[in-house]
Design a protein around this ligand. Structure first.
Ligand code: GDP
Ligand code: MG
Length: 297
């Protein structure tokens, strides 16, 4: 049986005109190396992005990411076509000196703005490809006490350029109480250090009650605690993406086990268009204003 990622609700988010052109979305992952970035994006989109790399006899086939890699997948569900680009980055922490290890990410984001700016100023403006980064999933270690100085510096370097959605990585390593405490601590620190993460928009007052409840659950759950896996587990005749431990199995797509589903629903079902709007109206406009200012001086 076929599983769905959930793009079929996109027409509710966008105008029909945009749908006809095809919908594009770009997601970037950032954070320390080894936190499960590659594994999570693989889990999020039910696509084995890494299937072309052959690692014989390896159960978990994801190699350490050493360069920034751009994957483009076309997903079509129930007649809705989405071209999804995922930018996988090596992550920080492998070098002796990690200061400014986010530079390649910042450059990548800037380059996309620059390209868009050039296209927009050109003659053929009707067919501009939007390769701007619409969302950055920022991975926070489950083992630290809240944010690390590198996390703070990195998010602050990027927060005026991209929508940052922080996630607590490898949530299966934490108890439920630890997850709650960690989320609280991280939320406090985000405030305290003045980090501007992506703000979920206010819920329209004409939405139905169920929508409002779901919206509140989403807002209360940030930063999302996530679990990723590249392994299909079979238990009692049921197949699922999960991680097997001596004491049992965790299921990636079980909302009792992590916020994975909340995150994916947010990205593809409910907030994809808002993430694009904020990118265009806030982050890109900042960049553009800066460019124009530099040109006139
Ligand atoms: P990246 O460097 O951030 O891209 O991390 P990878 O996706 O390469 O994963 C690094 C290691 O962590 C691999 O051995 C994964 O199997 C493991 N891993 C990935 N996601 C999770 C998770 O949610 N929980 C746990 N416990 N391990 C994970
Ligand atoms: Mg990786």
């Amino acid at each position: 049986d076929r599983e769905y990622v959930g793009f079929a609700t996109l027409p509710n988010q966008v105008h029909r005109k945009t749908m006809k052109k095809g919908f594009t979305f770009t997601l970037l992952v950032a954070g320390e190396s080894g936190l499960g970035k590659s594994t999570l994006i693989n889990s999020l989109f039910l696509t084995d992005l890494y299937k072309d790399r052959k690692v014989p006899n390896a159960q978990e086939r994801i190699d350490q990411t050493v360069n920034t890699i751009k994957h483009t997948i076309s997903i079509e569900e129930k007649g809705i076509r989405v071209r999804l680009t995922v930018i996988d980055t090596p992550g920080f922490g492998d070098a002796v000196d990690n200061t400014e290890s986010w530079n390649p990410i910042e450059e990548y984001i800037d380059q996309q703005f620059e390209q868009y700016f050039r296209d927009e100023s050109g003659l053929n403006r009707s067919n501009i490809q939007d390769n701007r980064v619409h969302c950055c999933l920022y991975f926070i270690s489950p083992f630290g006490h809240g944010l690390r100085p590198l996390d703070v510096a990195c998010m602050k370097a990027l927060h005026n350029k991209v929508n940052i959605v922080p996630v607590v990585a490898k949530a299966d390593c934490l108890t439920q109480a630890e997850v709650r405490r960690k989320k609280l601590k991280i939320r406090e620190e985000i405030d305290q250090f003045g980090i501007n993460i992506y703000q979920f928009p206010e819920c329209d007052s004409d939405e139905d009650d169920d929508f409002k409840i779901q919206d509140q659950i989403l807002k209360d759950s940030a930063p999302f605690a996530v679990i990723g896996s590249n392994v299909q587990v079979e238990r009692n005749g049921r197949k699922f993406r999960g991680r097997v431990y001596p004491w049992g199995a965790v299921e990636v797509e079980n909302s009792d086990h992590s916020d994975f589903l909340l995150l994916r629903n947010m990205l593809v079902r409910t907030h994809m268009q808002d993430l694009k709007d904020v990118t265009g109206e806030t982050h890109y406009e900042n960049y553009r204003a800066q460019c124009i200012q530099n040109m006139t001086h």
